[in-house]
Design a protein around this ligand. Structure first.
Ligand code: BTN
Length: 247
């Protein structure tokens, strides 16, 4: 069970809406978008969990983390682009703390353990409010066979059951720290930039980035302070990275 008592003690959390089962915590958060910043929606299972690019997020009960929260940054929306990376670096730090392996950010906000995805984020904007929805594979023991790389979980990587409340607390602690700095400057804190660039999946490799029905190829050089992916052929603000080949 997730210990809601412990979460309600976190000072910046406005309120927690907990569901044994729901459609999608992102959908519920969007329906409640007028709620205060840091209202959090947590579910034990989702019947219609959503991933990026209309993919499904399979959400079996009581083993993983499925949560969304509302942000209302007091900044011009033109400065919202670093938010996915604030989330990514905060999840990455949590995963690194529990799993002593190479942990990567696959731009913009997937977290991978070596070659397997452990967490994904779906960010949606409505009226200048932002819903950040995060799925973290924690105690799931196996996944249905899928094409391509199998996902992974905290359990699979460490052979131990992990406390989901502690993971949530760690995430919010990390996120609130970087978010407060971002609100003052509009960019990612330099320490976060360094962590991202040091743990960037496909760094120095040639990739294809697919966005809005088109694509761009180039060698990954890093991430910019505005959240863009820097390729040797130019920068990209949104899209999905596909590995092409290593140099
Ligand atoms: C992705 O990697 O494609 C993003 C996955 C995001 C999944 C989370 S689980 C909690 C929240 N509710 C949803 O329906 N999606 C996000």
């Amino acid at each position: 069970m997730i210990d809601l008592n412990q979460l309600t003690k976190i000072p910046f959390i406005s309120s927690i809406k907990y569901f044994e089962s729901t459609t999608s915590t992102n959908s519920i958060a969007l329906q409640n978008i007028t709620s205060d910043e840091f209202t959090i929606f947590i579910a034990e299972t989702q019947s219609a969990g959503r991933g990026r690019n209309n993919r499904k997020w399979v959400s079996p009960p009581s083993s993983n983390l499925y949560f969304s929260f509302i942000l209302k940054p007091t900044l011009n929306p033109s400065l919202f682009s670093p938010i996915p990376l604030l989330v990514a670096v905060s999840v990455l730090e949590v995963v690194k703390r529990y799993i002593p392996k190479n942990i990567y950010v696959k731009w913009p906000n997937d977290i991978w353990v070596e070659d397997r995805k452990i967490s994904g984020t779906l960010i949606e904007i409505s009226n200048n409010s932002i819903v950040v929805g995060i799925g973290i594979n924690v105690n799931i023991k196996d996944f249905p066979q899928i094409e391509g790389n199998q996902p992974t979980s905290f359990f699979i990587e460490t052979n131990k059951i992990h406390n989901r409340t502690e993971i949530l607390k760690d995430f919010f602690h990390n996120f609130h720290k970087c978010y407060s700095i971002y609100l003052k400057s509009g960019i990612l804190p330099p320490e976060s930039m360094a962590v991202l660039n040091n743990n960037l999946k496909f760094k120095n490799q040639e990739v294809e980035v697919i966005f809005n029905g088109s694509s761009k190829r180039g060698r990954v050089e890093g991430i910019g302070a505005d959240g863009a992916l820097l390729l040797d052929t130019g920068k990209i603000l949104a899209g999905d990275v596909v590995s092409v080949r290593s140099f």
